[in-house]
Structure formats: structure tokens, C-alpha cells
Design a protein. Sequence first.
Length: 452
Amino acid sequence: MLDGSLALIREASRDARSFDRAAVYRAADVWDNNTFPLFRAARARTARGRERRARTGLRWMSELGPSRREWMVGLLGPDGERLVPPPAEPEGPDRDLDGRVRPGTRRLTADVAGQLALDYLLPRAEVRRLRVEMRGERQLTASLELVVSRSYAVADDSAERYSVTMSVDVDRVTEAVFDSADASGVVLRADADTGSVHLGAGGVLRGDGVRVRVEDRFWYLSRAGRRAQAEAGAAGPPAREARGSREPWGRLGGPARIAAEVLRDAMLHVRGVGHPASVSVISPQDVCDAFEGAGRAVVAAGALRTRGERDAAFERLVDEWIGRCSGEVHRRFREMLHGRTRQEVLPPLPDAGGELDPRAVSREAGRSGPAMLRLAQYRAPDEGRLMPQPGEAVLNLAVPSGDDAGAPWRMHVPRQREPARFQLRTEAFRGTGRVVAGDFENGPGALLIARK
């Protein structure tokens, strides 16, 4: 599983033109909670003990939900269904901590659209965040977050403190048009095959695989909530834990724990691609190079006969892994392991550099000639939070790495705080264009993707 995850990360990040940010994030995120069970399984004293702990670890990993299990089966290939425990039987509707039914994520249908239009004042909805992104080479996806108001009464003085957010995800976008100056009001529509979200007077997100989720503390008082509560029963158990079995961590200490922390921290570094503004300073390929074959190496180290042999093997793994690292990953390990490993065996720390100034990134991308838009994200200003959030626009641009036409392209991340206006059309994602940065009629500091 670990070596397969690293291979998936390597393939999904090999070139900015085909970068699959979601696939990289998901493969790295798995190892936040599963690295320690892996090492605990590898350190069992007998082959039978290792097998038992490995099966417990696989069960623990798969119990996060159907999508996690499906991902595991796909990664393991033909043996996946045999190795991964069968899916758990559904245990009834999802509930909150007070036993009340929750809406969950639903596919957008005409019925769901009608329910939402009855329970919420969609004409007053405001866009909080929009992200349109190309996954791999062909799959254009979108994620939209709206702030909406309830149309039903809530007899609770605290209701005003709990805003309602509606999230819409589109797996395969066929049309995306957005203008931040026209971002109020939403209409949801669905037919047998596709769904669409109409924003303001002229904006639209259209495609298939459309899913909607409402985060509303008082949803059980809405028309749809009262109906769901009646169908499920007035009383019910509290929300189920995401995992049904006890965490298979056990005690892990000594060099094995240090090795586990190093590996997990490397995966957390890669998981940083979850923030689109950070993708230019994350190094998935370097991590894959440093930890290639880590899964097999951990199993081999844990299977050695004596404790001394195992400890020495894990110490060598730490030295090898860190010795292969460079830049920011190396810096993280130096800070994390200070005083716990032999620092003198580590090669000199290279200068990792810092995040580039957004204006400099824009100018450099403009001079580089061709560019390919991979992600565009807009976040509206939010004054209603405890700590107000400024508006922001972030782009992920794939640009050539240099003069070598065959070299992989790299990612540039132009980023603008409090943009005066943000406009987007589907055509911006179609093929290679040219980045033009400068002062235009749109306003100073405009950044355009010009088609060839």
C-alpha cells in the first residue's frame, strides 16, 4: 500500500501539465493515520503476528468509508477485493451528536434542488469560494461554496451565530462561467444526466457527477429535515464514529518510532498540495525519490530476528531517507529530529528558498511564453468571521522549466490579495495559451490567459 501510494504520487505529479492535485493529496493523506499501524505490524515478533496486525491495519484503513475502500482496492489491483475487508453493512441514516438526522452529501436531482429551494433563500445566496481545476490531462472539476440563509424559522437565539454553507462539487465540468461582480443568487437545476448551478445573471457551472452538501446546525427543523427525521424515527443513536474498531497503534518506540515519524512527516509535506497556493513549494517528486521502496524496507527491517538488529535497521533507514532528501523536506527533518539522531551524518542543508513574491511570479510567467491554466480559485472577502478573511485569487499555471522542450513543466502560482474583480470562462482551460501580465483596461495588475 505504501509503495503503491508513492508510485501514484510520482505519476500524478511528474509534469505540471498533467498534475493531479487531488490524487496526490489523497494518496499522501492516507498516511497521516496509517503510518504507525504499518510500523507496528512490521515489528511483530512472528510472521503470524505480522499477518494478524497487517489485516487489522487494513481493516482500520478501510473503515473510513466506501470511497476509501474503493481507493484501496484500486491501488492493490487484482488482489484488492481479497485483501481488503468487505464493506460494512449500512447502519441507518447519519446523525449528529444529539441523534438528529443530518443531510449528508447528496447527488443533485430535481427533487433535491426543489427541497433546497424551499428550505433556503437561494436568490440571496453569496459565493464564498469557487475553484475550477483540471485533474490529470482531461478532467475539469469544480468546487463551489455558498453562504445561504434559512427560509424556515428557528426558535433559538444562537441561530444567528451559525451560518449555513452549501457546497457543490462537479466531477466533470462542461461549462464554467463566473464573474465576482455578479456572484449573488443561485439556481440549482438537474435532469437525468447533468446538473447545473446558475450564479447571478450570467454565471454557470454545468456538468455531471454533481453533489451537494449543506452544513446547517438546525437542518432537522427544515421541511426536508423534519421529513427525514420522521422517516428515520424520532430517536436514534448519536453519530457513528468514522471507524468501528480500536486504533491499531499499540506501543511504538525507539528507532522504529523515529522512522515512522520521518515517513509520516514526509507524507504530510506532500499533503500540503491541498492548499493551491502552496503547490509551487511542495516537492512530491523529491519525496518519492527519497522514500522509494520504503514499504518493502520497513517490512524487511521489522522482520529481523533480534531487537538490536531491528533497531539498527530502522536507524539506517532514517539515515538513508534523510540523506536522499533536499530542500524544505530536509529542513523539516533536521528540525524535527534535533538531538535524536546523529546530525553529523546528514549532508549540508541546501537553501530551500522562500515563497516567491506574487508579482514576481506573474512577471516571470509572462516572460516565459506558453502557459497552461491548471487551477483558478476565488475567495470572497468574509467580514463575518471572528477573524475577518480578505478576498483572494489564486492561479496554478504550468509553464516550461527552461529551454529543454522535453523537460517536465513546473508550476507557477500567481496570487492576488483582495482582487478588484475575478472573471473566468471554460475556454481558459483548453490547451496552451500565453500569460500576459500588466496594466489593462480591466485594471492595474491584471493577469490574462490569452489564447493562441
